[in-house]
Ligand binder design. Sequence first.
Ligand code: UGB
Length: 598
Amino acid sequence: KKNIPLLSPDYLELAKMLLEMGQSHLFEHWPEPGVHDDEKRGFFEQVTRLNANYPGGLVSYLKNAKELLADSKAGKNPYDGFTPSVPTGENLTFADDKFIQYEEVGIREAQNSAFVLVAGGLGERLGYNGIKVALPLESCSGTCFLQHYIECILALQEASYRLVEGECQREVPFAIMTSDDTHTRTLALLESNSYFGMKPTQVTLLKQEKVACLEDNDARLALDPNNKYSIQTKPHGHGDVHSLLHSTGLLKQWRDAGVKWVCFFQDTNGLLFKAIPAALGVSATKHYHVNSLAVPRKAKEAIGGIAKLTHADGRTMVINVEYNQLDPLLRATISPEGDVNCETGYSPFPGNINQLILELGPYLEELNKTGGAIKEFVNPKYKDASKTIFKSSTRLECMMQDYPKTLPPTARVGFTVADAWLAYAPVKNNPEDAAKVPKGNPYHSATSGEMAIYRANSRILRKAGVQVDNPEHGVFNEQEVEVWPRIAWKPKWALTFSDVKGKVRGSCFISQKSTMVIKGRNVFLEDLSLDGALLVNSVDEAEVKLGGSVQNKGWVLEKVDHKDTSEPEEVRIRGFKINKIEQLEGNYNEPGKFCLKH
Ligand code: UGB
């Protein structure tokens, strides 16, 4: 690279383009030829990258920026002319007949799916110093988010193979979008753990690049304050995932391999895969081109709302409206009170959890037209009401859930609402901010994220016939939570409700103070009465029965203050640690039939 001469045709072409686009200020301070040539070459290398990484190149970026900045200055509302209404979609009730049917269809379709995790965000709101996917989703098994996601995908794949026995069996591909902030650490996490059991060839890392910053309403590019030969850059948002899948050719590769569904998800939702089989089933049954997974949402809760928008000119779309825009839009149109709860106690607009299932065929067709460009927005912070000077440089941003905005009205855009206890428990807020969340609204913290796993597993077991004690009330990091028995299991033990039911026999009981961690496939609860801690690790060929009365001092939750720096960060942010006093543990490394009893 070093050898590319400064006056190469490629660089001259870029310089000409920048001048034509009103960017002469970038060169004003350049000394005469021969001085700082390496730095100047570095500048062109960066411009080459910025140009290549945006659909339509920098020319498009600057044109879009000028338009969006002008709209922002004029105070134009992107939803002007649109009236919101409550859209129709599928509402799931956990464990009813329809849910079970959808799960079965979903498992069948699982081997025709690909999964895409967007994990380029640093999670500034959480304030955690590591990458979020390395955080444990609960402390009893200690499994981190990335391991859990991979194990879920592998379990889905295997369950799908079992259902379609004899038919073609396809490996489920997994793509992870990273960024400069997360790439190296994500790769290291995978490599140091042998990809958590997935074949490395099954995993693709796509690194998103940052985009150029803008210093004024004329979209003049901002120079890095510490390096005048470098353009300042900032993240472009999770919407980049679409252009990356397109520009790398990955989507075409998947199409050629027979993939039908592309499932997108975010970095820290430990419950998500409990709703994936049913949601996939809904997509396949209803032939949705776009299916957004949603949860009931409290009015003004800080997640986007899914709404049907109808324009005065007849256009309609079903789309996520971010929470800060939904309230003003409602006030300006159909509801003077804004975003308020209806008789169900929730906003009538379901909450977007940014879990999308796209049908690959129509998706690829659309990306071939758009190059993966997603409708962007700009959010400059102005110095004063004249809106002429920015407090700091800004940039264009885009969100993955805005993909349907460019679709024709004929596109089948739907959504699937699942109970929040089953499908959504993200870890986004730091302890201080979580403690300030209005009463009744979810904390979305490491504390609530972990407690949500135990609650969901307890409730699922209850539905499957286990008598699980009521939760106790607990306060950690000033957040009030329900503390259910600490129950965790590996995805290969059970993915669907039918799987869980098949693993429970006779009459079983689990007390509130109990902990149960199942790391094995063929493990059955049979007339088990648990009051303490019970752990089982077994190879697939071992069949293990957990039965009888198990009683011991168990594992106890010990409070930790989030300011106590003697504890590791991942412990502090949840506000408790597990004191492992006594447990019954069974390890089965050989094939055979076993019974773990006290
Ligand atoms: N992410 C990237 O991969 N790259 C980026 O440049 C930025 C983020 P946040 P956000 O579920 O409650 C979304 O920051 O964007 C990844 C929806 O827009 O956690 O504020 C990042 O790693 C909103 O409608 O969330 O809000 C993470 O995995 C609502 O659904 C993901 O993108 C909200 O999530 C989301 O990033 C929610």
